[in-house]
Structure formats: C-alpha cells, structure tokens
Design a binder for this molecule. Structure first.
Ligand SMILES: Nc1ncnc2c1ncn2[C@@H]1O[C@H](COP(=O)(O)OP(=O)(O)OP(=O)(O)O)[C@@H](O)[C@H]1O
Ligand SMILES: O=C(O)[C@@H](O)C(=O)CO
Length: 418
C-alpha cells in the first residue's frame, strides 16, 4: 500500500523526487501522467509526473486533483506536491493554486513550502531563495524563457498565488529542532496562516523539517525535503524496513544522448561530451524547413556502440535568433518533435540507454517512446537517477536530467554507471 502519494509538476522534477526517495532503498513507482487504469500493486512511494508547471491554472489544478484521486485509490493518506527547487512559477501559479486545491480536497488547514536543495546549491534563508551564492532573482533563473524569476522572496512570490495568509518559519527556529518548529507551526496556525515557507540551508535542516512535518497530510517543496521521509516512516513503523530493492535489468551496449536543454550547465555538459563523442547539432530553422530526415539519416549511419549525441543545445543568442524567426513555441516544438522522432529511431536501431537533458525535452522523448511507467535505479548525480521502463516491448533505461543538474562530465558519468 502507498505510504506517500506524490505529484510533480514536470518530468525531470518527478525523477529527481523519485531518485531522492529511492536513496533509502525503498521501491518507488513513477508514472508519466495519471495512469488510465486503477492502481495495481502500488509501491510505498508512488510519484505521478505531470507537465503542468506553466499550464493555465484551472487545467493544472484539475490535473493535479485527478492525480490525487488516483493516489488516494492506491491507499495513500499523505501527499507531496513537488515543484522546482528554483520555485519556477508565474504570478498566477501554479504552485499556490494547486496546493490550495489539494488542501481543500484533503481538509488540510496548513502546509509548508520548502524548495531548498542544498546538494544542488539551493537554500532558503529568511524566506529568500538562493542559487549557490546568488539570490534567485540575480541568478540565471532571472531570464528563464517561461518563468523568469524576478523576486527572491518566497513569501512575496507565493502570496499572489493563494487566497489564505502566508508566513515564515525561519532558520533560527529550524536550527532549534523539530519540537521548536512544530511549536512555531502551531502558533502560525492559530493566527490563521495556512502557507508556511520554511528556511533550510543544509540536509540537517531538511531532516528537522521532515521530522516536524511528516504527519501533515500535504507537504510541498523541492525533492530534497522529502528525502528524509522514508527513514522516518521506517522508524515509526509506517513502512516496512525490508522494503524491496530493485535489480537493474541487463541492457545492450548502445546508448544515445539527446539534449534539448539550453541551460548553462547543459551547455557545458554538451561541450565536454563532444570532445570525444560523435555529435549532430539540430538547427531549429533547418528543422522547420526540412524536418528531421538529415538527422535521422545521420543516426542510421552511426555504429551502435559509438558514443553519440544529438543536441539542439545552443547559446542564448542563437536560441533568441531562432525564436525571433519561428516564435518561442514553434522553435521549441520543432526541436522537441525532432528529438522525439530520433529517440524512436534510436530504439528501433537497438539503442537501449537514453540520456535526455531538459524537462520539456524529456516529456517529448518519453511520450514518443510510449513510456508510461518508470522504476528508479542508481543515482548518477543529486536528483538525477537512472530509470527503467518498457518501450515497444523492450527493456530500456532512461535518465531525465534537469537543465541545471549534474556535473560537467554528467553524460559520461551516466553511461559509466550502467
Ligand atoms: N536551439 C534552440 N532554439 C530554440 N529553442 C530550443 C533550442 N534548443 C532547444 N530548444 C527548446 O528549448 C526548450 C528547453 O526546455 P527544456 O525543459 O527541455 O530544458 P530546460 O529548461 O533546460 O530543463 P529543465 O526544465 O529540466 O530545467 C525546449 O522546448 C527545446 O525544444
Ligand atoms: O527541483 C528541481 O530543480 C528539478 O527537479 C526540476 O524541477 C527541474 O525542472
């Protein structure tokens, strides 16, 4: 039976959460979208990946409520709403509206907001979110194409997205331990504060928060605050300590890296990989005019065991030039469609290991491969695990890398692990 039911607002974020939960050795099931049928043999941790970060509010809320129904049918009584560690959202939502809708359905009168992910440089102090040493609004997230983050203060970001009061449990409280944090949350609740931002700068802070808040019906945050939950559930007997571990399937040698992320870290990772791998660069303007046939033909000629990468990853100026000519949506779509078709071709040619960079890109690739359910394997970098799935009757492995995650050597790190 499911102990914790999780809803993630994008695909890479969902594998991030599933990977951190799986660090404990427990089985985690990951579904791409709300499954069609009822739950069968649910795992202790069930994660539903949605693609609702920038959807219109009403659609995101409706989809998340459908996910909640499914997770409740799996037996979950506690839930986690996972969003980005950089709190990616618009002024309208969807972090706050979804949280309020889930709270209303669950009868919860308070929840916490903790996107901190210290292992990836995201920390919260006095309600302000930092990316490494920069306040969020001074980090590259300032210029994100869909959700530019122009304020670093989580209370100010959240308040316009919710109808009930927003408050803060700051680091000075968290530092005192779980009992002090519980007292602070209770005091805020008496004052009618439904939405509490909680500071965290280290994994120790996150453990305190998980301990203080593990009985809340709904928790919200980045992946890292959920990381301590499995051990706590094992300690209090909610979860069997001998939860089954996963054996990785044996896979063929062939591998491909597909990158549609243009983040600073992905750009460095692509450049490092190209130093020794064969590469094919996708040009959105060429794709819009001529389709992906040249890239597909290149792929067909590659020996199965050669290291290879197909990428649209480009510098901001080149992305802007393509967007100016095609429009933002079309430029993104031609690249996503091409990478999706290339993933299918690679699978049909015998490739069984797929390294995918970028959240939207991951959505397009997994969809094209017909992947609806993933099990979580070894972690490659904080928040990026290998995942196992079936595609057209074959066992495949995929890793879905968030744009900003992983070391410069990530693509080699991933393939060395499997
Ligand atoms: N050269 C390019 N020109 C214009 N758009 C591009 C180009 N390369 C990729 N894109 C598009 O940019 C978007 C990148 O988004 P994606 O979510 O895949 O990466 P990300 O934002 O870095 O990742 P994450 O969401 O995990 O942080 C995709 O829609 C992709 O198709
Ligand atoms: O939390 C993060 O930063 C990632 O899991 C993510 O959501 C990337 O889109």
């Amino acid at each position: 039976m499911t102990v914790l039911g999780c809803i993630a607002d994008d695909f890479t974020g969902a594998t991030d959460l599933a990977g951190l939960l799986a660090r404990s050795g427990v089985k985690v099931n990951l579904h791409m979208g709300v499954p069609d049928g009822p739950p069968e043999d649910p795992a202790a941790f069930e994660v539903i990946a949605l693609k609702c970060r920038t959807e219109p509010v009403a659609e995101a809320v409706a989809e998340c409520l459908r996910a909640l129904d499914w997770l409740q049918a799996a037996g979950a009584a506690r839930f986690f709403w996972k969003y980005c560690s950089t709190f990616d959202s618009t002024a309208d939502g969807n972090i706050g509206p979804v949280a309020e809708a889930l709270m209303a359905k669950l009868g919860a009168d308070q929840t916490i907001y903790c996107p901190a992910f210290p292992e990836n440089g995201r920390s919260i102090f006095m309600g302000n979110l930092f990316v490494e040493e920069q306040p969020l609004a001074e980090s590259p997230m300032r210029d994100h194409p869909l959700t530019p983050m122009r304020d670093s203060n989580l209370m100010r970001l959240l308040a316009p997205q919710v109808t009930k009061p927003v408050g803060l449990a700051n680091r000075l409280v968290v530092e005192k331990g779980a009992a002090a944090l519980k007292t602070r949350l209770a005091a805020l609740k008496r004052d009618g504060v439904a939405h509490v931002v909680v500071d965290a700068v280290s994994n120790d802070d996150l453990s305190v928060i998980a301990e203080a808040c593990r009985d809340m019906t709904l928790l919200t945050g980045g992946s890292a605050v959920a990381m301590a939950l499995p051990a706590l559930y094992m300690k209090d007997g909610t979860l069997a300590a001998d939860a089954p571990k996963l054996d990785a399937p044996t896979l063929e040698e062939g591998a491909i890296v597909l990158s549609g992320s243009c983040s600073a870290m992905t750009r460095a990772q692509v450049a490092a990989y190209l130093e020794h791998a064969d590469g094919y660069r996708l040009d959105p303007l060429d794709l819009a005019q001529n389709g992906a046939s040249a890239a597909l033909a290149w792929l067909e000629q590659q020996p199965a065991t050669r290291a290879k990468i197909i990428y649209a990853t480009a510098e901001p100026d080149a992305v802007k030039a393509a967007q100016d000519k095609l429009g933002v949506a079309k430029a993104g779509a031609v690249v996503e469609d091409a990478l999706a078709a290339l993933a299918v071709k690679a699978r049909d040619l015998g490739t069984r290991r797929f390294v995918v960079a970028g959240g939207e890109t991951s959505g397009a690739v997994t969809k094209a491969l017909g992947v609806t359910q993933l099990t979580i394997g070894a972690e490659i970098a904080p928040g990026v695990p290998w995942c196992f799935a079936q595609s057209a009757g074959c066992d495949i492995a995929l890793t879905l890398k968030s744009g900003n995650f992983g070391a410069v050597s990530f693509f080699d790190d991933a393939l060395a692990k499997l």
